[in-house]
Write a protein that binds this ligand. Structure first.
Ligand SMILES: *[C@@H]1O[C@H](CO)[C@@H](O)[C@H](O)[C@H]1NC(C)=O
Ligand SMILES: *[C@@H]1O[C@H](CO)[C@@H](O)[C@H](O)[C@H]1NC(C)=O
Length: 544
């Protein structure tokens, strides 16, 4: 009977199709193209393997050869995967398998980790399962994250080798009917649509176990540790993160990470642009602390004062910070603790006054008028400064500078103290930059840029000025021309992080003297990289 002859043939073809499709649902992997080799090539390949194995046994051990155990060749220290050359792999699980490598098929049992006479496209056979944490959310442990991988979902559309689209539902449903049928036309169509042309190379959904067309998959991977490399920090939505935070880590540009290089909790990634320490996991700099150190005065730290708002500065704190910033002048030329700085009849004194006016103008241009009353005038600010000119002439200054408890002596000492509190300059800068309204006026944009240039030429500490100029402005340029306040706040945030890597608070001294993590000094080195999120929380005005 035609049908009884036909039935087993179709079954066999169909089964072969199913098997080959299961095997072929990855892109052209070695196993896939090996499957298309003629038997003679397979035999030759197996023979070569056997030769490699037997050659590796010396005459002395020839008895051991072919004693029924698995033969994989001889271990070779320079070749960690030496056994693959003998057609072996490591069992990824306890397994019983058919060893077809010899003349007689042997059923073997192996424990996980044993050498087995099976090949997969992997050092382990069967290839270890990677459970998909995208499909099964919540399976990663606390020191892991779910790294996802996304591809365009091609699906089976036009994916058969002839460009047709497999009709799997019909092919499955009709299989038995066709198998029992004697209708030549039905059989021919079935063969054409379901058998002959649908052996595609690109995988086809065959059932619940094979799902080659999911557009996203995920695997649990470990976080990176301190000083290890990283790609960047995962995409965040700043203050809106609690509302909009995503399930899966992505790069800033929205694309999944191509490698599991995300820093663990408490760490942050410097990023590729961080010139001197690119793409490194570093400890996050904590908020609201002004680190103490050998030559600067951090005892007056606005963010830790009892009247500090939840975020940003009070008006009074901002004015206090201006009292420090207004004294900036290159220390090697003149500094507020010496009379030359205050002698307004000298060229230096005139230059000091011009410098003071410039920083005042910059701060006034950036003043957060939506938060505070108008900024005190230049003269009002100067009246808040201990100024020896209030107590006498330049020659009185020279005469009384060293007279203990004289007004001039106290004014010089007071001015010197204010000028050695650089943390207040940074506080003022970040507070101003994080509290701008959009869009920035051209004057405010110019003020942000002028502020960077001003620090570059007028910050009192000379090597700090050098680090700021060479480390930030030379590498990243001035703040952008953008009228978006966030672009400016980010420039100053990132610039400060970069600057901090160079400076003594992070090192314990000059970067040439102390490398990061160096023995003897590592325990004194402060973390230098604050996250953007922390900076926003810390500096955006919030008195709730
Ligand atoms: C096909 O034939 C077999 C054996 O005669 C029978 O058991 C089966 O139900 C038939 N299937 C269909 C779909 O007709
Ligand atoms: C102040 O500067 C002027 C101009 O350079 C100079 O002649 C004068 O001696 C200075 N005064 C003091 C006390 O140094």
């Amino acid at each position: 009977m035609a049908s009884s002859i036909f039935w087993p043939r179709t079954r066999k073809v169909f089964l072969a199709l199913v098997i080959s499709t299961f095997c072929r649902n990855a892109h052209s992997n070695p196993e896939h193209y090996r499957a298309s080799w003629p038997a003679a090539v397979h035999d030759r390949w197996a023979m070569l393997r056997d030769e490699r194995v037997s050659q590796s046994y010396s005459v002395d051990t020839i008895q051991g050869w072919d004693d029924g155990s698995v033969q994989c060749g001889t271990p070779d220290d320079s070749q960690p995967m030496w056994f693959t050359q003998g057609g072996c792999s490591l069992a990824s699980q306890d397994i019983t398998y058919a060893d077809t490598s010899g003349d007689v098929t042997v059923i073997r049992t192996a424990a996980k980790g044993d050498l087995i006479k099976l090949t997969c496209d992997d050092v382990y056979c069967p290839i270890p399962a990677r459970v998909d944490c995208y499909e099964q959310p919540g399976i990663c442990s606390s020191d892991e994250w779910c790294m996802i991988d996304i591809h365009e979902r091609w699906g089976p559309w036009a994916m058969a080798r002839d460009g047709s689209t497999p009709q799997w539902e019909y092919c499955f449903t009709a299989a038995d009917i066709v198998a029992n049928s004697t209708d030549e036309a039905l059989i021919a169509s079935y063969n054409a649509d379901c058998v002959a042309s649908t052996v595609g190379d690109y995988g086809i959904k065959l059932g619940p176990k094979t799902e080659a067309w999911k557009p996203a998959r995920g695997r649990c991977v470990s976080f990176r540790k301190e000083e290890e490399s990283c790609i960047g920090n995962p995409l965040e939505f700043g203050p809106f993160e609690p509302d909009f935070g995503l399930n899966y880590a992505r790069e800033e540009n929205g694309w999944p990470f191509p490698r599991p290089l995300v820093c663990g909790p408490g760490l942050t990634c410097t990023g590729a642009e961080f010139e001197v320490r690119p793409s490194t996991c570093v400890v996050q700099r904590p908020v609201n602390i002004c680190f103490a150190g050998p030559w600067w005065d951090s005892t007056q730290c606005p963010r830790t004062e009892s009247d500090a708002p939840k975020g940003g500065l009070t008006m009074n704190q901002a004015v206090e910070a201006i009292r420090r910033a207004i004294l900036l002048y290159p220390g090697e030329i003149a500094s507020p603790g010496e009379c030359a700085y205050w002698n307004r009849t000298s060229n230096v004194g005139v230059s000091v006054l011009a410098t003071q006016h410039r920083i005042y103008n910059i701060v006034a241009a950036l003043w957060p008028t939506q938060l505070f009353d108008t900024i005190p005038s230049f003269n009002q600010v100067m009246q808040l400064i201990p100024d020896p000119n209030l107590y006498g002439s330049p020659s009185d200054c020279v005469a009384q500078a060293d007279v203990p408890d004289s007004d001039i002596n106290k004014a010089l000492a007071g001015a010197a103290t204010l000028s050695s509190q650089p943390n207040q300059v940074w506080s003022l800068v970040h507070f101003l930059m994080h509290n701008q309204q959009a869009p920035l006026s051209p004057k405010r944009v110019a003020a942000s840029r002028a502020l960077a240039a001003h620090l570059s030429e007028s910050f009192w500490c000379d090597d700090c000025r050098g680090f700021f100029s060479v480390g930030i402005i030379e590498v990243y340029g001035l703040p952008p021309m953008s009228s978006n306040p966030e672009d400016h706040a980010r420039w100053w945030w990132y610039g400060h992080n970069v600057a901090s890597e160079h400076v003594a608070t992070t090192r314990g001294g000059h970067p040439w003297i102390h490398e990061l993590g160096e023995q003897g000094v590592a325990s004194f080195q402060n973390p230098f990289f604050m996250t953007w999120r922390d900076a926003v929380d810390m500096w955006t005005y919030n008195d709730s």
